[in-house]
Design a protein around this ligand. Structure first.
Ligand code: NDP
Length: 247
């Protein structure tokens, strides 16, 4: 039996965030869930509660710093502390640069990069005061490899890794037990492909995920394992890919 922790998940209404919320709650942790789709959040919280788990939600757009701060505050007012912040909100509208889908570029930068930064900024004052905590940022295999069509998405996921590594140094310099973990998944079957707006690229990715994609439960298990390590040790980065995925 692992120690019960207060865990906030930004991007908890589907996919990796949802699977993590359900697993972490099943294992006795207290969950605070944020995302934009209230219906999904309500349903996930009610499933957790009907399995005797503890969870609350608040509608949150991670592009709005005040809403992210308010989500984190909900953890403090409801459960008295925050032990883990999981920044999972993200979109992946792949396209070729020549097509200049500038709105998609902006949305990726706002959600994937700025959303992660706001999550980090919101929990740091509490964790610095507690001198303990864990921040888990979801990057991607695309944060290690870049391909045509994935320029901006990869750039945002590279940025998540850069932010996380800088953060790791910063909190280590303070002598705290704040752990920073980057989780970089490969092809995971979630709703992520619905954010691809280019029809040809979408078809390619649907085929790829159809052949290789694995369940979001695998990432949830990885996250639980990263949380379970004793506080004086951290998985700073883990790549979790389908075994058969080449790159
Ligand atoms: P999903 O599309 O299933 O989940 C994305 C989550 O992000 C949803 O809960 C969505 O909630 C939330 N989200 C999107 N925009 C916002 C926003 N503005 N404010 C708050 N929440 C937002 O996909 P995944 O679970 O796969 O994605 C989770 C993370 O994993 C992403 O960062 C993604 O880049 C990363 N990843 C996924 C991989 C995969 O193959 N699936 C591979 C590598 C990385 P809502 O729409 O309700 O706001």
């Amino acid at each position: 039996m692992t120690e019960s922790k207060v865990i906030v998940i930004a991007g908890a209404s589907s996919g990796i965030g949802e699977a993590s919320a359900k697993l972490l709650a099943k294992n006795g942790n207290k969950l605070v869930l944020g995302a934009r789709r209230e219906g999904n959040l309500k349903e996930i919280v009610s499933q957790i509660q009907s399995n005797n788990g503890e969870a609350v939600y608040q509608v949150t757009d991670v592009t709005n710093n005040q809403q992210v701060e308010s989500l984190v505050k909900l953890a403090i007012t409801t459960f008295g502390r925050i032990d883990v912040m999981i920044n999972s909100a993200g979109i992946m509208p792949h396209s070729l640069l020549k097509d200049k889908r500038i709105q998609d570029w902006d949305r990726m930068i706002d959600i994937n990069i700025k959303g992660t930064l706001y999550g980090v900024g919101a929990v740091l004052p509490y964790m610095n005061k507690q001198k303990i905590g864990q921040i888990i940022n979801i990057s991607s295999v695309a944060g290690h490899y870049a391909h045509a069509g994935g320029a901006v998405y990869s750039a945002t996921k590279w940025a998540v890794r850069a932010i996380s590594e800088s953060l790791r140094e910063e909190v280590a310099q303070n002598g705290s037990n704040i752990r920073v973990t980057i989780v970089s998944p490969g092809a995971i079957n979630t709703e992520l492909l619905s954010s691809v707006t280019d029809p040809a690229l979408k078809e390619n990715y649907e085929q790829f995920y159809g052949n290789f994609g694995i369940s979001a439960d695998r990432v949830a298990t990885t996250i639980q394992q990263a949380i379970d390590l004793p506080a004086d040790a951290a998985w700073n980065e883990v790549i979790i890919r389908p075994t058969k995925q080449v790159q």
